[in-house]
Design a binder for this molecule. Sequence first.
Ligand SMILES: Cc1cc2nc3c(=O)[nH]c(=O)nc-3n(C[C@H](O)[C@H](O)[C@H](O)COP(=O)(O)O)c2cc1C
Length: 357
Amino acid sequence: MKTRLTEILEIEHPIILAPMAWITDASLAAAVSNAGGLGTIGPNAGMRTVTTDVEETGERLRSQIRECRAMTNRPFAVNFVVGVPGWDRDFSDRCVQVGIEEKIPVAIVSQGSPAVYTRRLKEAGMRVVHVCSNVRHARKAQETGVDAVVVSGTEGGGHSGFDQMTTFCLVPQAAEAIRIPLAAGGGVVDARGVVGALALGADGVYMGTRFIATKECPAHENVKQAILQAQDTSTMAVRHGSPAGLKPPGAGDRGFVEERRGSVRILINDYILNAMAQKGGTLSYEDFRSVPGEVDPNTESNRTVRAFLHGEIQENAITVGQGAGLIRDVPTCAELIHEIMEQAEGVLDRLDGIRGK
Ligand SMILES: Cc1cc2nc3c(=O)[nH]c(=O)nc-3n(C[C@H](O)[C@H](O)[C@H](O)COP(=O)(O)O)c2cc1C
């Protein structure tokens, strides 16, 4: 399938592996790229321990980039989380520098303003894709000179903005607002999602949750099983970054970072239900994301390691999207991408059959 996105990223199928901290490592990224999509190396890729050392973070990334290159000669991406000065920005700055030195082909920049890194990345010769959660940010990313925009709705696992836009409403509005290629994320897990995203005006899709349940994903078996057992209502969104609720008054003026981080979607489990009961029925990400006294410099905490890598999923939160309710198997990335593209033809045939009736 050829779209503006496949052309600009020089890939075969319009499918991007969305970055997922700790679990989108070199092997998973290479598997997706080898299957014709765009694999992405995420924050803390390939690691099992948290480091507070900026240099070490950069060198860890460098080794993942080199590993990925050894496994694929196709394009792949690295995720740079823009982050917050004084908290995680130093880590991001170092990772961007390493990405430039290693001449990575594509940067996927998220959770912050496109004004921070776009120019440097473009000058280094990369394709730059910026992740947004509303139309204003998509426009701003385009103005800053990125090559493509991702808009990702609240259905998705992990962070999406304060605005809680659904993919179904966000994608067509973003498609109307920008001229550059657009990928749709949040809830896309199969061929229906891919064709739906294209129908809404996107040029491709950005999939996270679906790729957790693949053979190459280093997530613990317990996480994959939890996804297989998930139903439509198994996840919830909780606020992150503001004490005042999902969209506090004036949120639009509060800066890009907070808006993108505004909420985070997690699987509902006993740990979350207990934490909620203790908080009188309300919950914010800050209430449960960190282990008290432990540092969390690289956007995801020790709890994420415990849950995603050690499989302690009943004692920690796991970030998973609503699309989990549709996931029923754990294929290889090649099987998954092949099946999605093959079934997309079937979905298009079905629509063709409806036309004119
Ligand atoms: C486990 C997990 C970890 C994530 N970590 C990151 C991250 O490090 N950086 C980022 O930009 N987005 C992160 N996200 C968000 C995804 O990149 C993407 O927006 C989302 O998965 C798309 O929706 P979907 O899960 O329905 O496919 C994460 C999502 C999940 C599920």
